[in-house]
Design a protein around this ligand. Structure first.
Ligand code: ATP
Ligand code: MG
Length: 577
């Protein structure tokens, strides 16, 4: 039903795409293989969306493929729930755009042969599937004299490593005989030692200016059950060791990550250069991560919002998670346009959340059907309109897309209007309804407020109005100029529904910047719930539908609670000032 009226943007260009194009031209790789490697320790957020669009965009533009890989080397933080949500979110975000470039592997296949993600037996890649291969590589490093088992405690290891201003001190175990390291490493694997008792370290250079090259840890002991490998292992490879080797096993050509990994790149290259891995090896490239104003993006902090009950769940529509935005009504096209528009650079910066909001609005403007709804109802009685009469008036579905045509909306003697479309004592330049004033009801008549009815407490409970019965479309007075036009619903026909109105979750532009405690800056008005009256056609709404409630914003059905509508976003940026 929805149509995309905006033209597809031109193919992006940036320094990473330039490198990929040059590598292809030079015949360096038979095929471009990228990967998106989240750690399944939380839900994906809008920052991940940027990385997903980049990796899948490159696969799509250069005839390549992109692997979804769970980067799951830390058993204590990872869970199947996160694996499932990540898989769902990636498929949703690239759906209809890059599905055919998404590669999975066959369930249980630990040799990493890629298959189409649509294969019924497909599942994402897992770094943990390569634990045996990675272990075997570690043994080779020890044999080559390039790794050793170290008995320093975690605290001693830190202290010996030195800092950017101090050289490191070699571990007393650095020159331990190869045979001894091999034996100890096998016994680490066999579970003979407690957590933290020993590690496997690369033997590189304790005086290297880059601290990541000062005999970095390759393996640590963790007696913990792993979500994918169960109790098969009690030693786990570190990120730096597992990541480059996983890339190599999967024949990744361009391993794209965020800038904080730039200092790890020499280690990435050292590991692959020290082992007999297939050629050519993957190369790592770094780009600037997305940071957004009024948003936090660390999984750890997002988890805190869930655990402390600030939001209802990871997919709370106020969360900057992909699942939260989906539930709120944001479309994958809007997120992809946003990712395209912000581009890919090498410099960290802060993107105004208004850029994201603009992408969401312009996407919904083109696809959303217009409907009439009243969020805070005020009763209006048209005293000169016959009791019992009902007219079916024509309303435009989407002026941005004439092919969507019109629908009928019922008009009758008793209506609801928005309570703030009436002011008893009007402010200057207030052009909506006022005592003795006139306003046009959209698609219907011009009405005049004749009388205000109040309850004993002095609250306005009803307006008694008269209508100019010649003023509707086609009538003699249809061209009469009136400054204000407001929306309405017919009281007897309207359906009542809960509507959740969301606003930004934080009141501070950089809630966790400068060491700030983001919990101090929660917007107390980030959610308000109203009992609204909707035009009757909304009874048939489906969760996939997108609506503009005229003058109010964009709305959709909540996917969990389908009696509820969520406001995706207001029509205009209320924060601009
Ligand atoms: P967090 O700090 O939120 O836990 P992370 O970097 O640890 O994020 P991963 O699951 O390791 O999360 O990320 C998977 C991929 O997504 C990585 O390649 C990472 O570089 C990328 N990524 C994560 N956050 C962002 C971001 N804000 N902008 C762009 N890419 C990101
Ligand atoms: Mg990470």
């Amino acid at each position: 039903m929805s149509t995309e009226t905006t033209a597809a943007p031109p193919e992006p260009s940036d320094f990473i795409r330039d490198i990929v194009a040059a590598d292809l031209a030079a015949g360096k790789y038979a095929q471009v293989v990228t990967r998106f490697p989240p750690e399944p320790n939380g839900y994906l957020h809008i920052g991940h969306a940027k990385a997903i669009c980049l990796n899948f965009g490159i696969a799509r533009e250069f005839g390549g493929v992109c692997h979804l890989r769970m980067d799951d080397t830390n058993p204590t933080k990872e869970e199947v729930e996160y694996v499932d949500s990540i898989t769902t979110d990636v498929r949703w975000l690239i759906g209809g755009w890059a599905d055919e470039f998404l590669r999975f592997k066959k369930k249980g296949d630990i040799d990493a042969c890629e298959i189409l993600a649509t294969d019924p037996e497909a599942e994402p890649f897992y770094a943990s599937d390569y634990f045996q291969k990675i272990y075997d590589y570690a043994v080779e490093l020890i044999r080559a004299g390039k790794a050793y088992v170290c008995d320093l405690s975690p605290e001693e290891t830190d202290r010996y490593r030195g800092g950017p201003d101090r050289p490191g001190i070699p571990s007393p175990f650095r020159d331990r005989p190869i045979e001894e390291s091999l034996d100890l490493f096998a016994r680490m694997k066999a579970g003979e030692f407690p957590n933290g008792a020993r590690t496997l370290r690369a033997k590189i250079d304790m005086e290297a200016p880059n601290v990541w090259l000062r005999d970095p840890l390759l393996y640590r002991i963790r007696h913990a059950e792993h979500h994918h490998t169960g109790n098969a292992w009690c030693i786990y490879p570190m990120y730096d060791f597992a990541h480059c080797l996983s890339d190599s096993v999967e024949a990744v050509s361009h391993s794209i990550c965020t800038l904080e990994f730039e200092v790890h790149r020499p280690l990435y290259d050292w590991i692959l250069g020290s082992l007999p891995v297939p050629q050519p090896p993957p190369r790592q490239y770094e780009f600037a991560r997305l940071s957004l104003t009024y948003t936090i993006m660390s999984k750890r902090k997002l988890m805190q919002l869930v655990k402390e009950g600030v939001v209802s769940a990871w997919d709370d529509p106020r969360m900057p998670t992909i699942s939260g935005m989906r539930r709120r009504g944001v479309t994958p096209e809007a997120l992809r346009h946003f990712a395209y528009n912000i581009g890919v650079t090498k410099y960290n910066g802060l993107t105004d959340v208004a850029v994201l909001e603009h992408a969401i609005r312009s996407d919904l403007n083109s696809r959303a059907q217009r409907r009439l709804a009243v969020l805070r109802p005020l009763k209006v009685v048209i005293t000169n309109y016959p009791e019992g009469q009902v007219e079916e008036l024509d309303a435009t579905n989407n002026p941005e897309d004439p092919s969507t045509g019109t629908r009928k909306i019922p008009f009758s003697r008793e209506l609801y209007i928005e309570s703030d479309d009436f002011m008893e004592v009007p402010a200057p330049k207030y052009f909506r309804l006022r005592p003795g004033g006139e306003v046009r009801l959209k698609y219907a008549y011009i009405i005049k407020c004749e009388e205000i009815v109040k309850d004993d407490a002095g609250n306005i409970v009803e307006l008694r109005c008269t209508a100019d019965l010649d003023s509707k479309t086609g009538g003699a007075n249809s061209g009469r100029k009136i400054k204000g036009t407001i929306h309405w619903v017919s009281a007897q026909h309207a359906i009542e529904a809960e509507v959740r109105l969301y606003d930004r979750l934080f009141t501070h532009a950089e809630p966790d910047g400068d060491g700030r405690d983001f919990l101090q800056f929660i917007n107390p008005n980030s959610l308000s719930v109203v009992s609204a009256r909707l035009e009757p056609s909304l009874l048939n709404a489906a969760p996939a539908d997108r609506f503009q409630f005229e003058r109010l914003g964009y709305f959709c059905l909540d996917s969990r609670d389908t009696a509820v509508f969520n406001r995706t976003i207001t029509l205009r940026d209320n924060w601009a000032k």
